[in-house]
Design a binder for this molecule. Structure first.
Ligand code: NAD
Length: 504
């Protein structure tokens, strides 16, 4: 296979600070090469700690003295709605950037762009619903208000697998309530985030409200340790998430973490096996398995295991792998040489254990780019690394079980807890497993659907905090209690006993 790219125009991108496009302090740049085509597609300013400081200063000023947090919710809502419209206007351009930088199929890149626009729309709605409570039954002499105030400057750090979608799970909700932000996209896929920042400015956000510093992990670490940042919202690996939490925790910042997963799908013998097989293949090969919600661990009831696995292999064999820009492609390129090496290491561990390799297990022969064959391991034991650790590649590990209790026990036996699924026609089995699975999302007879209205996040080492849903605005606000004296103050020095609660 040879993957060629024609009509390439290399885009030049600078940092976005205080409403302007500017060079980094060092003047250095870096390039992004398409992982499918081995062709340079974009150049970016290489930010450093000095640039983070510039971004934080701009965001701080915009928050402390600028109009954004002081605008009415309806005005911020209009800006967010305009961003959604502009994302839709630039749909082709955004999808192409995403496909070229990440290696994902163009059809999936379009889905990502459309879903991102929906998130901006949803946040625009929430921007008109940030309100608190009034307490009018505390006694005749007091009226109290509980108000939600924007937290301040938010650092947003994102990974390379769904760059536009993930920044859109955070930034519009932060902006909705009046926060300002400094954003650091992955150095592998900064393109759509930089473009988004331009759209936000075009939509009418005030200067300094959104700043983007492109560069390596050092930029993220400078953001996590900056004293003027109030909150860090991080999506990425559990390993880096721990570092971000340590640095930010030391400074007592609010920290929200969306981390890795090793998500189990439980397939019971009584389920719709055709739909389940489809979900298994989609679940593990979508985005080449480079997906936090990858259903990379499938637990099949023993009585149907041989037939079910044979059907999965049969379907996996037919998944088209190739040029991300070809609309027929379902699995594109692996994002980088480093990620390819990770996949190869896990597959070699699987081969050297006593798991059975039924499909794939190697790179796809290609004159250029980085492609990996859809891979299936059967007879995987729960203690093997390919059953416990996040591979982030198109590699499926199949385990078997006898009883549902046993399946739930295996499902819960990794350090992760992002998502899980169960396929069964037995409503009691579905409900009891849904309650027992230690995961932030449980899908019953479906897999990987997401909605802006539904909270998303992980248990255990898969993260801390939740994104999306109506609660999303709570992630970016803090609560203030205001008490008003009604009439003359009659108690002096020591308040009545029932007034003491909460004053310790
Ligand atoms: P990563 O952790 O390597 O990098 C994520 C971001 O952190 C990048 O922008 C990177 O430059 C930056 N970074 C690196 N070192 C840093 C440091 N010391 N301090 C601060 N920032 C630093 O992750 P990745 O390889 O880009 O993405 C893959 C991971 O992301 C997987 O583990 C996947 O499960 C996870 N992920 C989770 C979700 C979720 O919602 N739970 C969604 C997508 C991806």
């Amino acid at each position: 296979m040879t993957v060629t790219l024609t009509d390439i125009a290399i885009s030049d991108n600078r940092l976005i600070l205080d409403g302007q496009e500017v060079d980094s302090v060092s003047g250095e740049t870096f390039e992004r090469t398409s992982p499918a085509h081995d062709v340079v597609v974009a150049r970016y300013a290489k930010g450093g700690a000095d640039d983070v400081a510039r971004g934080v200063t701009a965001a701080r000023r915009a928050f402390d003295a600028g109009p954004w947090p002081r605008r009415a919710g309806v005005e911020r809502s209009r800006v967010l709605r305009r961003v959604a419209d502009l994302i839709r206007r630039d749909r082709d351009q955004l999808a192409r950037i995403e496909a070229l930088e990440s290696g994902k199929p163009i059809t999936q890149a379009y889905d990502e762009v459309d879903a991102s626009a929906e998130l901006w729309d949803y946040a625009a709605t929430l921007a008109r619903h940030s309100y608190g409570d009034a307490h009018n039954d505390l006694g005749p002499d007091v009226l109290a208000m509980v108000v939600n105030e924007p937290l301040g400057v938010v650092s947003i750090i994102t990974p390379w697998n769904f760059p536009l979608l993930i920044v859109s799970q955070k930034l519009p909700f932060a902006l909705a309530v009046g926060c300002t932000a400094v954003v650091k996209p992955s150095e592998l896929t900064p393109g759509t985030t930089v473009h988004l920042a331009r759209l936000i400015i075009e939509a009418g956000a005030d200067e300094g409200v959104v700043n983007v510093v492109t560069g390596s992990g050092g930029v993220g670490s400078a953001m996590s340790a900056h004293p003027d940042v109030d909150m860090i919202s991080f999506t990425g690996s559990t390993e880096v998430g721990r570092k971000v939490a340590a640095a930010g925790g030391q400074l007592l910042k609010r920290i929200e973490l969306e981390l890795g997963g090793k998500n189990p799908q439980i397939i019971c013998a009584d389920s719709d096996l055709d739909a389940a097989a489809d979900a298994v293949v989609f679940g593990v090969y979508f985005n080449a398995g480079e997906c936090c919600n990858s259903g990379s661990r499938v637990l099949v009831q023993r009585s149907i295991a041989d037939d079910f696995v044979a059907e999965v292999v049969n379907r996996a064999r037919r998944v088209p792998v190739g040029d991300p820009l070809d609309p027929a492609t379902k699995v594109g390129a692996i994002v980088s040489d480093e990620q390819l090496a990770v996949i190869e290491r896990y597959v070699s561990e699987g081969r050297s254990g006593d798991a059975e390799l039924l499909l794939g297990g190697d790179r796809l022969a290609s004159d250029n780019g980085r492609f990996y064959q859809p891979t299936v391991f059967a007879n995987v034991r729960p203690e093997m690394s390919i059953a416990r650790e996040e591979i982030f590649g198109p590699v499926l590990s199949v385990l078997t079980f006898e009883t549902l209790d046993e399946a739930v026990g295996i499902a819960n036996s990794t350090m992760y807890g992002l998502s899980a699924g169960i396929w069964t026609r037995d409503i009691n089995a579905a409900l009891s497993a849904s309650r027992a699975l230690r995961a932030g999302t449980v899908w019953v007879n479906r897999w990987m659907d997401g909605y802006p209205e539904l909270p998303f996040g992980g248990y255990n080492a898969s993260g801390e905090g939740r994104e999306l849903g109506r609660q999303a605005i709570g992630s970016f606000t803090q609560t203030k209690t205001i008490q008003l004296q009604v009439g003359d103050r009659t108690t002096r020095w020591v308040p009545a006993a029932h007034h003491l609660g909460g004053l310790s």
